[in-house]
Design a protein around this ligand. Structure first.
Ligand code: EPZ
Length: 447
């Protein structure tokens, strides 16, 4: 546990949202030419799914929150910055992976449709706004490429804490009781990352204690909890299914270093599995990737931690087919399923993948099949029979992880693969073209 200590706040007099070198455009494509092994080093960025929640936590205090190892180049970070500045947060995102967010006063409690529709994670502003400001209006995020994705668990949790929830004109209108939110015991019927985070943040400023049972245990939630503790929150049980939060009157500024992105780490591990070679993944950890590393080793890869780096190698022949099932952490991450499947397309034998988190997360399958993969789907399971080779094609993907799966397939396919709609990639993979080029891949943005 980090010490509960007030950190001197850096100044945020100037708003300095760095310019994006990557202009998200529906027209931009990526060309990947397959065939090269990957050798060299890649520095892993801070975790997108932790960074976004830390940004929302800045709403909980009138003092600045200083974040290091922030993936400031990600489009999702910029989209959320836009929403938060609409709510009154002064934000500096710097190129050296440092961000400062200062919510001196809340100027608006409304997260409008136009901003929320770009990114579902915007719903995480609900808890902090409700806790500090007493009210929040957030556009209902609606479904997405991964399925219906309701937020009922978030809303039921806020109701248990005494909030009134109204759905009106496509908006969630939430109001805290007069004296503020009240601590409650909240038992989740199933594990939800977002609901755990939203309610944990709301509970930090509630009256009395909140206990979250069957809470999510993802490393990003532990990271978020540790940052909140540095801000003065009283939280125990992080990383276990029962989190206890003792409400306090006020939170203060803090400095926090964002945990490495385990999904980016795992993505590059799968890339080595497909292409062969040896990568040093810098500034990351194996301990929160056991559920990926075990099947990768079983398939024939060599992975080890060396200080702050992870060395990942495949120098021998084909990988062996293995079976996996996605589950809440510490199980196999749904956010690595598409990449792992892509790796299995060239395995010796066959592998089976069952997706238990999202109802619609096999959108990469038809695209992989167009490149020559042999995959059949039955319900929420896919059988992947290894083929000799993939062939480059023009492909398209409808979510972030499916898009990166296309990049991985392109890295090993014969000829050129053209990937459309690459704005998905820019949402969640910092400098992917530069990082892969540096280790020998042939990949470029094209119009
Ligand atoms: C987070 O989404 C991540 N997003 C996702 O990453 C990740 O795939 C997911 O957790 C699971 O690990 C962010 O952190 C921004 P959930 P979240 O609530 O919080 C259902 C990526 O590629 N559910 O754990 O939305 C839900 O529909 C993304 O980076 C309800 O039914 O996930 C899903 O089937 C995509 N009601 C399941 O629970 C609710 O109120 C798990 O969702 C909440 C969730």
């Amino acid at each position: 546990m980090m010490p509960n200590k007030k950190t001197p706040a850096p100044s945020t007099d100037t708003v300095e949202i760095i310019k994006s070198e990557v202009k998200p455009s529906g027209l931009e494509k990526m060309r990947v030419t397959g065939g090269n092994r990957l050798n060299g080093s890649i520095r892993i960025s801070g975790a997108k799914n932790a960074a976004l929640k830390h940004m929302c936590a800045s709403l909980l205090t009138d003092e600045p929150l200083h974040l290091e190892n922030m993936p400031t180049g990600l489009q999702d970070v910029r989209t959320l910055a836009e929403l938060l500045s609409h709510l009154g947060v002064t934000i500096a995102l710097r190129q050296d992976s440092v961000a400062t967010l200062h919510a001196g006063t809340i100027q608006s409690h409304v997260a409008p449709y136009d901003l929320v529709r770009k990114m579902r994670a915007s719903v995480i502003v609900l808890g902090p706004l409700l806790a500090r400001h007493g009210k929040a209006e957030v556009s209902l995020p609606g479904g997405c490429a991964l399925g219906a994705r309701p937020v009922d668990l978030h809303l039921k949790g806020f109701q248990s804490m005494g909030a009134t929830i109204e759905l009106d004109g496509g908006y969630i209108k939430a109001t805290a009781p007069k004296g503020g939110l009240m601590g409650a015991e909240i038992v989740f019927p199933f594990v939800s990352v977002g609901a755990t985070e939203n309610l944990m943040m709301a509970a930090t400023l509630a009256n009395g204690a909140t206990v979250l049972k069957n809470a999510a245990r993802e490393p990003e939630i532990v990271d978020q909890g540790e940052a909140l503790i540095k801000m003065g929150a009283k939280i125990t049980g992080l990383g276990t299914p029962e989190i206890r939060i003792e409400g306090v009157k006020k939170l203060h500024g803090a400095t926090h270093c964002v945990v490495p992105d385990r999904i980016e780490t795992g993505t590059y591990m799968c890339a080595v599995g497909l292409c062969g070679g040896e990568l040093r993944l810098q500034n990351t950890r194996t301990d929160f990737l056991s559920s990926l590393i075990a099947p990768l080793k079983e398939a024939g890869m060599d992975i080890r931690q060396e200080g702050d780096d992870v060395i990942v190698k495949r120098n021998g022949g084909k990988l062996k087919g293995v079976d996996i099932m996605t589950e809440a952490y510490p199980g196999f991450a749904t956010d690595l399923q598409a990449q792992f499947m892509t790796m299995l397309t060239l395995c010796d034998g066959a592998g089976m993948i069952s997706e238990t988190i999202f109802e619609n997360r096999f959108m990469h399958v038809p695209e992989l099949c167009r490149m020559g993969a042999n995959i059949s789907i039955k319900g929420n399971s896919a059988i992947i029979r290894g083929v000799e080779k993939l062939k480059g094609a023009e492909v398209m993907a409808t979510d972030l992880r499916a898009s990166v799966a296309m990049v991985l397939a392109g890295l090993v396919a014969e000829g050129d693969t053209i990937i459309n709609r690459i704005y998905h990639l820019d949402r969640g993979y910092e400098n992917i073209v530069e990082k892969l080029t540096a280790v020998g891949a042939k990949i470029e943005r094209v119009r």
